[in-house]
Design a protein around this ligand. Sequence first.
Ligand SMILES: NC(=O)c1ccc[n+]([C@@H]2O[C@H](COP(=O)([O-])OP(=O)(O)OC[C@H]3O[C@@H](n4cnc5c(N)ncnc54)[C@H](OP(=O)(O)O)[C@@H]3O)[C@@H](O)[C@H]2O)c1
Length: 305
Amino acid sequence: MSTKVPKVTFNNGYEMPIIGLGTYARKAEPGQYRQAVEWGLETGYRHIDTASVYKNEQEVGEAIEKKIRDGLITREDIFVTNKLWNDRHAENDVIPALKESLEQMKLDYFDLYLIHWPVSVNAKGEDTAIDYIETWKGMEKAVKLGLVKSIGVSNFNEEQLERLLRNAHIKPVVNQVEINPTFTQHQLVNFCKGKSIVPVAYTPLGLISEARPEFIGKDVIKTDPKLGEIAEKYGKTRAQIALRYLTQRGIPVIPKSFSKSRIEENFNIFDFELSKEEINIVDSYNINHRCVPGKVFENCTYYAF
Ligand SMILES: NC(=O)c1ccc[n+]([C@@H]2O[C@H](COP(=O)([O-])OP(=O)(O)OC[C@H]3O[C@@H](n4cnc5c(N)ncnc54)[C@H](OP(=O)(O)O)[C@@H]3O)[C@@H](O)[C@H]2O)c1
C-alpha cells in the first residue's frame, strides 16, 4: 500500500506517524504477535506500540528484525514505543528495566518510552506509592544516555500532568490514554494539546470491537443506523469511521489486530474526510464509558481515574 500517513510533531521536534499498530492481547498463540507485526509492516505501518507487560517484546522484535533483514525497512524508518511497567518505578530501576526491554527486542533505542501507569506496585501487585516524579528522573536519564529519543506518560490525569510539568526538566511528549467514540475525552485532549503534549488514543475502537458481557447494552454504536449510513457513504466500516474520527481530531491511534484483513482495514483511513456534521454524530456516541478502567489499581496512591 502506498498510503501517505500523516505525522504529528512532538514538543521536542521528533515526529510520529499518526497510526501505529497496537500489540496488546489477553491471549495469543505462539507466533501470533510476530505475524501481526510482519503484516503490519508489509501493510505500511511504521509505528509499533508495545510494553514490557505485554510479554511480546521478543516476537515483536523478531518481526522488526526480519523486515529490516528483508530490506523492507530500516530501523530509522520505524517508530517504536515501549513502556515501563508499574513494578519498576524506583528511579534506579528505570534504566535496567529499559535495557531489558531493548535487549528483548534487539534494539539500540526506542523512539518513545512511557511510564505505563502513574501507579507503582510490587511483584505481588501491592501499592508501593513511589512518586511518579521519582520515576520521571529515571526516564530523563534514559534520554541523556541516548537509549530513548522521547519520553512520555500513559493513563495520567490533568492534575498529575500539571504536577509532572512543574517538576520535569524534560517535558513529556505524549499522554497515551483511552479515547474512542464512546469515551471521547474532550477535556483531557484539550488540556494535553494546550500543554503541547500529544494525546494518543489507545483502545481506539472501544465498544465497536469489544464483546465482553459487561458491555452488552452499551454497544449500540455497533448497530446504530446513523453510523452505518456514514460508513456506507464512504465505503468504509464502522471501525474505520472511528479511527478517521480520532485522526481528524489530531489524535494518533494504535489499533490492534491479529487478522491480516483488519490490520489492512484499520490502516486504510486516509483517503476520505468526515464532515463537521459527521464528526458531531460520532461525538454523540459518547457515554463516558471506560473499557480500561485499571480497576486492579484503584486502591493505589497514584490511581488516576
Ligand atoms: N497504555 C495503556 O495502558 C494501554 C491500554 C490498552 C491498550 N493499549 C495499547 O493500545 C492498543 C489498542 O488497544 P486495544 O487492543 O485495547 O483495543 P482496540 O485496538 O481498540 O481493539 C482491539 C480489538 O478489536 C478487534 N479489532 C481490530 N480491528 C478491528 C476492526 N477493524 N473491526 C472490528 N474489530 C476489530 C481486535 O480483534 P482481532 O485481533 O481479532 O482483529 C481486538 O479484539 C493495544 O494493543 C496496546 O498496544 C495501551
